[in-house]
Design a protein around this ligand. Structure first.
Ligand SMILES: NC(=O)c1ccc[n+]([C@@H]2O[C@H](COP(=O)([O-])OP(=O)(O)OC[C@H]3O[C@@H](n4cnc5c(N)ncnc54)[C@H](O)[C@@H]3O)[C@@H](O)[C@H]2O)c1
Length: 341
């Protein structure tokens, strides 16, 4: 990193945005958080006061284009990402946007092209790539240590009990916002390959009373890749033992696994048995990955050769999510090419 820190605005100080703001402010070198914005009156100001951030506002578009910032972190609801990222890119800002960057292929490609034309960084919040275990697994796979990749797995189980109001959760969230992490991870574990078809099953098993509204809280997906590899991804909104994210790649020369529900390697051996502590939140279990993705964002601004998850990575995960949605709607296997435009 060279020169002064990049003056950074963060938009959307909700659950993950406030965690990211605290992490950037306290732990990330090279990003100077100078502006927070959230349309809900007062919440950006309260967080700014807690951290000692100079400015706070209620207009996210004004913050995205503010003349005094170099970089913008977008942690607003998924359906607001495209417009805010487009405004920031047009204003010449480097952009970190939470997943999913976009919900349509057309929007996805428009943002990627705009960032390329503007010469700015466009990084997507696929933080799992920055977890030491998942990163080491990718390195081993890319180095050929497991040989030809043949089978892959990835899962996300959100911590239970599930207490959210299903009527407030947008339709298809399990694919667009939860499993999109797994789709990116499967792509990360199968470097250079592209998904060709999917078959998805999804249901409301956690909150069956909401099944009739189209709410989905449980899904299993089978994915085929153009290098012959077969993958399985699964998600559930209520793991009573805590946040659970794991991945596996099996190949002709061996296997790698990554992810651990345990918060630390401490295991207690006591009179009533053996136990380990688990995390109740992604921000607990995956904290270092969130910190390290922002450290990478600062490095990428300084050096465009820094590899970060890009708009193109979002597209490749989004294609799978869109194919899953069609697969559930039509109860059939779907070729990715059917949704890939
Ligand atoms: N990478 C991860 O592990 C991870 C974890 C959690 C959430 N996320 C993603 O982060 C995003 C936010 O999720 P969250 O759980 O923090 O949501 P949230 O609802 O807790 O927070 C969103 C915030 O954005 C604000 N907001 C609403 N509309 C806005 C608009 N038009 N412009 C600007 N701000 C607006 C809201 O007032 C709220 O404070 C989602 O895309 C989600 O998928 C990623």
């Amino acid at each position: 990193m060279t020169g002064s820190p990049y003056r950074t605005a963060l938009l959307g100080t909700g659950r993950i945005g406030s965690h990211h703001a605290r992490t950037i402010y306290r732990e990330v070198h090279g990003l100077d958080l100078v502006l927070l914005a959230d349309p809900v009156a007062g919440i950006a100001r309260t967080l700014a006061d807690e951290l000692g951030v100079e400015r706070a506002g209620t207009d996210p578009v004004a913050a995205a284009t503010d003349g005094d910032v170099d970089a913008v972190v977008i942690t607003t609801p998924a359906r607001t990402h495209v417009d805010l990222a487009a405004a920031a890119i047009e204003a010449g800002k480097h952009v970190f946007v939470e997943k999913p960057m976009a919900l349509t292929v057309a929007d996805n490609d428009r943002l990627t092209a705009a960032a390329e034309a503007a010469g700015v960084v466009l990084q997507v919040g696929f933080n799992r790539r920055y977890d030491p275990g998942f990163a080491a697994a990718h390195t081993a796979i890319a180095a050929g240590r497991i040989g030809q990749v043949q089978q892959l797995r990835s899962l996300t189980r959100d911590p239970g009990p599930f207490t959210a109001d299903p009527t407030k959760i947008p339709q298809w969230t399990i694919f667009y916002e939860t499993l999109i992490h797994d789709f990116d991870l499967l792509n990360f574990f199968n470097p250079g390959a592209r998904a060709t078809s999917v078959f998805a099953r999804a249901d409301a098993l956690v909150a069956p009373g909401h099944r009739d509204t189209g709410f989905l809280d449980t899904a299993s997906v089978s994915i085929c890749y153009d290098n012959g590899a077969m993958a399985v991804a699964e998600a559930n909104f209520s793991a009573l033992y805590g946040y659970d994210v794991r991945g596996e790649a099996f190949g002709s020369a061996g296997m790698v696994t990554a992810g651990d529900v345990r918060l630390t390697s401490m295991t207690a051996f006591l009179a009533n048995g053996v136990s380990a502590g688990t995390g109740r939140a992604d921000t607990e279990l995956m904290h270092s990955s969130y910190r390290d993705e922002f450290q990478a964002f600062a490095r990428a601004i300084a050096d465009p050769a820094e590899p970060v998850p890009t708009g193109e990575d979002n597209r490749r995960a989004l294609e799978i999510a869109l194919a899953c949605i069609r697969s559930v709607e039509e109860n059939r296997p779907v070729e990715v090419a059917e949704v890939n435009r």
